[in-house]
Write a new protein. Structure first.
Length: 279
């Protein structure tokens, strides 16, 4: 089986290509400079030229706050770009694996969101990602649409990496305790994604590590495990002047992922400890 990967420099794509290398699988990976997914002609040329059986789209506009002002750019990459990939995959007969986000929900439900809950994004980033979902579901016959939340892994934009960097420069940190979700470790995601592809059970899924936590609880766990002896205080989202609203409770219910691939992903605590062990 041959794969085509977009957004090759991201956290998740790095783990996906690494796993493909270890499996000696055939693939072609494009970063954002090598393949602009907002260009329909470039996307079609790449898909027709490489003739993959599976396209895994890791290209995305993920700057949540910047998307409030740059919403056209966010909609082009997260919406129009996904449409281009969907049309090219349908023409080629390829399967598209595309990643959604917990930010398509408003976070007011108070219990984990299932795949049948109606999206209601409260920021431009969430709206742009929802547009991409709509194109996938409307234009494709065979697809895996996988919603993720709080993805972390290698790279400077990973939350654990940010926390450790903040802690190295400060004796006191304040982290919000009113945003709750489920962290998702890119290493665990990559393995589960390929297991899911292997089932041929196309459709919409939620995929995160097991359990849930607030940003504050996650930061406290990270700092305790690394022996930081500074002061960590809980804070509220309203205390930080961010352009974009965040859903307060966006935990994703992974059903029917376990029933499809046969196992649950490790807990977020186990995943975080594994990540920290590699630092």
């Amino acid at each position: 089986m041959k794969y085509l990967i977009t957004g090759a420099r991201g956290q998740l794509a790095t783990e996906i290509t690494g796993l493909l290398d270890r499996r000696s699988a055939e693939y072609k990976a494009f970063n954002e400079f090598e393949l602009d997914i907002t260009s329909a002609s470039d996307v079609l040329s790449a898909v027709e030229g490489e003739r993959p059986e599976v396209v895994i789209n890791c290209a995305a506009y993920n700057a949540v706050d910047a998307a409030e002002a740059e919403w056209r750019k966010a909609f082009m990459i997260n919406g129009t770009g996904v449409r281009n990939l969907a049309l090219a995959c349908e023409k080629q007969g390829a399967v598209l694996v595309h990643f959604g986000t917990d930010f398509v929900f408003d976070g007011t439900k108070g219990t984990p969101y299932t795949i049948v809950d109606a999206p209601n994004p409260i920021c431009r980033y969430g709206e742009s990602k929802l547009l991409g979902e709509m194109y996938v579901r409307d234009l494709l016959t065979r697809f895996f649409l996988i919603r993720l939340s709080w993805v972390f892994g290698s790279g400077e934009f990973s939350f654990p990496t940010k926390v450790l960097e903040w802690a190295s420069r400060n004796r006191k940190l304040r982290i919000v305790d009113d945003q709750t979700a489920s962290p998702a470790y890119a290493v665990d995601l990559a393995a589960a994604i390929f297991d899911l592809i292997g089932t041929g059970a196309y459709g919409l899924y939620h995929m995160t590590n097991s359990g849930r936590c607030s940003r504050y609880e996650w930061a406290r766990f990270i700092l305790e495990k690394t022996g930081w002896d500074g002061e960590l205080e809980p804070a509220k989202s309203v205390e930080f002047d961010t352009p974009a609203k965040r859903p307060p409770y966006s935990v994703l219910e992974n059903f029917p992922l376990k029933e499809t691939i046969g196992y649950e992903l490790p807990t977020w605590q186990e995943a975080t400890e594994e990540f920290l062990g590699k630092k």
